[in-house]
Each structure stands twice: as structure tokens, then as C-alpha cells.
Write a protein that binds this ligand. Structure first.
Ligand code: CNA
Length: 244
């Protein structure tokens, strides 16, 4: 493993065209549960599977159950979290001119809080809440402080949280930029994702190089991976980038 880490570190040291693509596993070291790990949200007990609750159809039909779940299981851990060493290393790599973009499936905003500037959030952000009826925007503060289901103070419409829900399309501009960054990258670091949720997972197929590095607690079935380092993304990134 040490030899493999040394090899990947050398690849990272030598490149100034690195792109990062991450998932929920990037934030578990900050205390936010992912969806599919042993202690992730999918293994906890609910009346409905989380994938169903976090869908646009379910949200419109059962907003109260949706909101209970969202606030308890998604927002509360996110609001209590701080960026971890992995987020910080990526921000340092960007400042050093090595990392071109952070592409994330996460909605928690921890990359930005760690100092990353060019962040593409495929699944939205907890910050951009808006009314389904009149489109008025609501801050995270307004949204998080309200008890129960949150309605618009202007028209009483239901407020849609900033995250893209299952069954909703991804932002086409973000998708376009993501494809561009990935296809032009020399090194692609993929971390903390089961690579199951589509269409995000398929985006790594735009990578054309031979330096696709996976940092994950578990192996992921994707034949494009050139180097797999098993472990915690934050800990691994700290070993892989030491020039601060
Ligand atoms: P996932 O399907 O839950 O997979 C997470 C992957 O990360 C698994 O393969 C784990 O083995 C692995 N993993 C867990 N912890 C670590 C770690 N410390 N280091 C390395 N690997 C680790 O999550 P995906 O991101 O693939 O699924 C996409 C969903 C999850 C997106 O829609 C996200 O919006 C959604 N999500 C986001 C957050 C967040 O914003 N922090 C939290 C939970 C879910």
C-alpha cells in the first residue's frame, strides 16, 4: 500500500491539471453520514427508503414526512459539520494551481468553507431554497430555523430545498462544465462515492486519461479506475499532497 501511495503521490506532484470528483464519503470524516456505508442513511430504519423520501414526487405528496426526514437526517448533521483535512487539502491544491475544479455530489458546502473556489455542485446546495409556486428564494438560515414543513411567506407555496431531488434533472450548465473539466483533466481523483447515483456517476466516463485515482473505503465497480487506494479520503489526501 505504501508503494502505491508513493506512486499516486508522484502523479499528483507532477500534475498541474487535476480534477476532483467526490461524493458523500468525502464528508463522513466531518460527521455527515453518507447513503450507503454500514452506518449510512440507507441502513437506518424508516417507513420509506430514503431514495423514495428524497424524491420530487414524494416531496409533493408527503411534504411533512419529507421535511421531518430532511431536517433530522440531512440538515442537522450538515449544520453541525466542519470541513475535514481532505476538504482543506483540495483547497490548498487549487491555490497552488494544481487542481482545476472540485466536482461534488454533496450539498453540504464544505468544500467552499474549506476555501475551494471553483466548485461544481451537481446536486445543488443547501443554500438555494426556493418557493415552488412563486420562485422566491430563501436563505439557509430562514429555512433551517422554521419548525416542520416550510412554506413561503409571500404566497404560502411549498419551499423546495436547494438540493436536486431524485427524479429531477441536473443543472445543464453545471453538467456541461463538469464534462468539460473531466474530459480535459490529466489526473482525475474520484473519492467517497459508490458511483451508483446517475447521471452523476456516468460523468467520469468523459475522462480520457490513464490516471484515474479512486480513494474509497470500499472497492467500486468501474473499469476506468487506474489506481485504487482503499481508505478514508481525508486521510489519504493528506498523505498524497504535502506541499502546502
Ligand atoms: P454513497 O452512495 O453513500 O456512497 C458513499 C461511498 O463513500 C461509499 O462507497 C463508501 O464506502 C465511501 N466512503 C464513506 N466514507 C468514506 C471516507 N471517509 N473515505 C472514502 N470513502 C468513503 O454516496 P454517493 O455520493 O456516491 O451518492 C450520491 C448521493 C449521496 C448524492 O446525491 C449526494 O447528494 C448524497 N449525499 C450527500 C451528502 C452530503 O452532502 N454530505 C450526504 C449524504 C448523501
Amino acid at each position: 500500500m505504501q508503494a502505491k501511495i508513493a506512486k499516486v503521490k508522484q502523479i499528483i506532484d507532477q500534475s498541474n491539471n487535476i480534477v476532483f470528483f467526490g461524493g458523500a464519503g468525502m464528508s463522513t470524516e466531518s460527521g455527515i453520514p453518507d447513503f450507503r456505508s454500514a452506518d449510512g442513511i440507507y441502513k437506518q430504519k424508516y417507513n420509506y427508503p430514503p431514495e423514495q423520501i428524497l424524491s420530487i414526487n414524494f416531496f409533493k405528496r408527503h411534504p411533512d414526512v419529507f421535511y421531518d426526514f430532511l431536517k433530522e437526517k440531512v440538515l442537522t448533521p450538515i449544520l453541525a459539520a466542519q470541513p475535514n483535512q481532505g476538504h482543506i487539502k483540495l483547497a490548498q491544491m487549487e491555490k497552488a494551481g494544481k487542481l482545476k475544479a472540485v466536482i461534488t455530489q454533496n450539498i453540504d458546502g464544505l468544500h467552499q468553507r474549506a476555501g475551494s473556489e471553483n466548485v461544481l455542485q451537481l446536486h445543488g446546495s443547501i443554500k438555494n431554497n426556493y418557493c415552488l409556486k412563486c420562485g422566491k428564494n430563501f436563505s439557509l438560515d430562514y429555512f433551517a430555523k422554521k419548525e416542520g414543513t416550510v412554506y413561503c411567506d409571500r404566497c404560502d407555496g411549498l419551499i423546495h430545498p436547494g438540493a436536486v431531488l431524485f427524479g429531477e434533472p441536473l443543472d445543464s450548465m453545471i453538467m456541461r462544465k463538469t464534462k468539460e473539466y473531466i474530459s480535459l483533466a490529466e489526473v482525475l481523483i474520484v473519492a467517497g462515492t459508490s458511483m451508483i447515483v446517475q447521471p452523476a456517476a456516468a460523468l467520469v466516463n468523459y475522462y480520457k486519461g490513464d490516471k484515474l485515482i479512486l480513494l474509497n473505503l470500499t472497492q467500486v465497480s468501474n473499469r476506468r479506475i487506474n489506481y485504487f487506494l482503499k481508505g478514508k479520503a481525508g486521510e489519504l489526501l493528506s498523505q498524497l499532497y504535502t506541499d502546502t
